[in-house]
Structure formats: structure tokens, C-alpha cells
Design a binder for this molecule. Structure first.
Ligand SMILES: Cc1ncc(COP(=O)(O)O)c(C=O)c1O
Length: 375
């Protein structure tokens, strides 16, 4: 029996992040200032795309949808298997998130289902880079082009994945990342909007600072707009220097953090294959993503919920479910069947994945799964 819990996910914090935060604390300017400017510069260079850093991935999605002029009466197509944040970001604008089915293999948004759900009110599609990527991104982009839809990509899981390096002008519309505590790199909480559409970028940059026009430039010089110009509803969604200080260090550590995640995923893939313990990794683009989670499929004759509880209580292994379909939730309930999503919903389980796991942890987890399933 494990003496301590193997956590499903966690941040990986070194002395460098502590020192960087301490440095900001000693300056006693904690809000949005030069550190956020530096973090944005790093992101812009890495993604080869203009960016605006914000307080969370949810805020990034909310601002991006709103900046497209999408609101009450409009519909946004969105895969039902995603974190509730994606749905909430749409409904926060007053628009309706329309739940769409997924492809069984990598749980990406199904284009066939998108076609079925398309209506005169559809204004955008929000594909999710589940676990770090999606195989059918090109098809999603071409479907959106055919119907003149905006594409707001929920890439909360996908910072560092090849598909997003670079984010090419003329190919992509808006891509939103999350830097919350458990993501591939973290700011504690945080997110960013990446787009080559400079009108959108300007709009979200102002909107994150309560709609105060051009407040960003002032903040980067640790100043304020004492005679503000405000023309539209904004939000208090900016990033702080404390968050950006963590983000800058995590960005510099990305090589180490990303390669560890990738190594751990390949250990899982090898050992789950050898152990033939029944559960199988999802069919993701493992070679080109930085995996944020490690989702597997449990065979239909095994109870996923019993397995998850048994792993936690008897073996000290915390597992997760990514995700419970959003069309099952009271707020977004729809009785129209989404058959693929409903099929995988009860059979997916995520094994622990974070960059501080040891090789021995992976062996222990795979053996414990086998043990639980009597293999
Ligand atoms: C798929 C997905 N979308 C959006 C978000 C929202 O990001 P944040 O937690 O930074 O608000 C998350 C975060 O967990 C996510 O997993």
C-alpha cells in the first residue's frame, strides 16, 4: 500500500519561482506591470503570435468570444466532453453553448455533429485541444471557413504542443491557453489569448482592464489612467505581476517540464501495453503533444467508478474523469442524444500525470490497475 497519495496532478515549483515571486513582493507593486509585459513578450516569441495575458483560461475564452461580437441570440458549437469552463465562458457572453458530439478516438469535436447542430444563429465553433491536441484541427478550420464561423480554440491543455508552434497568421483565428495551477506551465492562475487579428487583440486588451482604453501601456509602466476613456463593458480580468513572475520562470523551465510529461506518458503507454491489464490509453497524437492529462479507456465489463475508488482508497492513487458531459448538467441539459460522448463518458479514467512523478510511480500505478482488475 502506498504511504502517501499519488496525486492526479499538481504544480511543480522550484526555488526559482519562489525567488521570482519574492522579488515582486519586495518591489511592492503586485498588480499588472513590467512582469506581465515580460511574460507576454516571451509568449509572443514562442507562439509567434500576438498575445494578451489574462487572469484565467476561462477569462481568455470569455473575452475572446465577446470580442467577436457574439452574445445573446447567438450560438457556439462546443464539444460536450470538456471542462465546464468552456461552456461557462460561452454562456457568460449571453450566447448559447450548443453541445456537440465527439470522435471516439481522441475525443475531438465531431464535424458531422457540428453539421447537424448548425443553425442560422451559429456564430462560432470552439474546438477543444483535449489532453493537448486534436487530430482534426484542419477539418474544423475548413468547416468553419465554409460557414463563415469564428474559431475560438480552447487550447487550455495544449501549451507546448506542436500544433500550436507556431500559431500561423491566416490559418488560425483565436487560440486561448490556460496557466492554472496544474497546466503544462502555470502562473498559479492565468491564461492568454493568442491571435493575429489585431482588432480582437486590442479589444480584449482593453476589456481585461475594465474596458479602459489603452490602459495596458500605462500599467506596463506601473502607471494608471486617471482620466480614463471607457466605451464598453469590460471585466477585471488582467494578470498580476505575481502571477507573471511564476509564469516567466515556468516558461524558462518548459523544456524540463514538457519532456518529463512526454517521458511519463511513453512509460505509461509501454507498460500498459505490456501489462495487458485491460485499460488502454486514448488514441492521441502522443508524439506531438505535451500531454496535460493521461486519459485511458476502461473496457465495458469493468466499472470505471469502482476502479477509480479502489485505486484511491486501497492503493493511494488519485485518478480523474475528464470529463462528465456538459449536456448532462442542469444548466446545459439537452435531451438530444450525443451517442459517442455518452458511450465514453462512463469509461474514461485519467491516471496521474505531472512532471514530478518518478518512473517507479508509473510502474506502481500500472501494477495497481492490474491488481484491481485481477490481471
Ligand atoms: C478544457 C479547459 N478549458 C478551459 C479551462 C479553463 O481554464 P482556467 O482554469 O485557467 O480558467 C480549463 C481549465 O482547467 C480546461 O481544462
Amino acid at each position: 500500500l502506498a504511504d502517501e497519495l499519488i496525486r492526479l496532478n499538481k504544480s511543480s515549483i522550484s526555488v526559482a519561482e519562489r525567488e521570482a515571486v519574492d522579488h515582486v513582493l519586495r518591489r511592492e507593486y503586485l498588480g499588472m506591470g513590467p512582469k506581465v509585459e515580460e511574460f507576454e513578450r516571451l509568449l509572443r516569441g514562442y507562439l509567434n503570435c500576438p498575445v494578451a495575458a489574462v487572469s484565467s483560461g476561462t477569462a481568455a475564452l470569455h473575452l475572446a468570444i465577446e470580442a467577436c461580437g457574439i452574445g445573446p441570440g447567438d450560438e457556439v458549437l462546443i464539444p460536450t466532453i470538456t471542462y465546464v469552463a468552456s461552456f461557462q465562458a460561452v454562456s457568460a457572453t449571453g450566447a448559447t453553448p450548443v453541445p456537440v458530439d465527439i470522435n471516439i478516438g481522441d475525443l475531438s469535436i465531431s464535424i458531422d455533429s457540428c453539421r447537424e447542430k448548425l443553425s442560422g444563429r451559429t456564430k462560432a465553433v470552439m474546438p477543444v485541444h483535449y489532453a493537448g491536441g486534436m487530430k482534426n484541427l484542419a477539418e474544423v478550420l475548413s468547416f468553419a471557413a465554409d460557414f463563415d464561423l469564428r474559431v475560438i480554440e480552447d487550447a487550455a491543455h495544449a501549451f507546448g504542443s506542436k500544433q500550436n508552434l507556431p500559431i500561423s497568421a491566416g490559418e488560425r483565428d483565436i487560440v486561448c491557453f490556460s496557466f492554472d495551477g496544474i497546466k503544462n506551465i502555470t502562473c498559479g492562475e492565468g491564461g492568454c489569448i493568442a491571435t493575429h487579428d489585431l482588432e480582437i487583440l486590442e479589444r480584449v486588451s482593453d476589456a481585461r482592464l475594465l474596458g479602459v482604453i489603452s490602459d495596458t501601456e500605462k500599467r506596463f509602466q506601473s502607471q494608471r489612467s486617471w482620466l480614463p476613456r471607457v466605451q464598453f463593458q469590460g471585466w477585471r480580468y488582467h494578470m498580476s505581476d505575481v502571477m507573471a513572475a511564476i509564469g516567466c520562470v515556468q516558461f524558462e523551465r518548459r523544456g524540463e517540464l514538457f519532456s518529463r510529461r512526454k517521458q511519463l506518458a511513453s512509460l505509461y503507454i509501454d507498460q500498459l501495453g505490456n501489462a495487458s491489464c485491460g485499460i488502454k490509453p486514448l488514441d492521441l497524437q502522443w508524439d506531438s503533444i505535451v500531454p496535460h492529462i493521461f486519459p485511458c479507456v476502461v473496457p465495458s465489463d469493468i466499472s470505471r467508478d469502482n476502479l477509480r475508488e479502489n485505486l484511491q482508497h486501497s492503493y493511494g492513487i488519485q485518478c480523474g474523469i475528464h470529463y462528465y458531459p456538459n449536456h448532462y448538467l442542469e444548466k446545459y441539459r439537452s435531451n438530444v442524444p450525443l451517442t459517442a460522448a455518452e458511450k465514453v463518458a462512463s469509461s474514461i479514467i485519467s491516471l496521474p500525470l505531472h512532471s514530478d512523478l518518478d518512473d517507479a510511480d508509473i510502474s506502481y500505478i500500472v501494477e495497481s490497475v492490474g491488481d484491481c482488475l485481477g490481471k
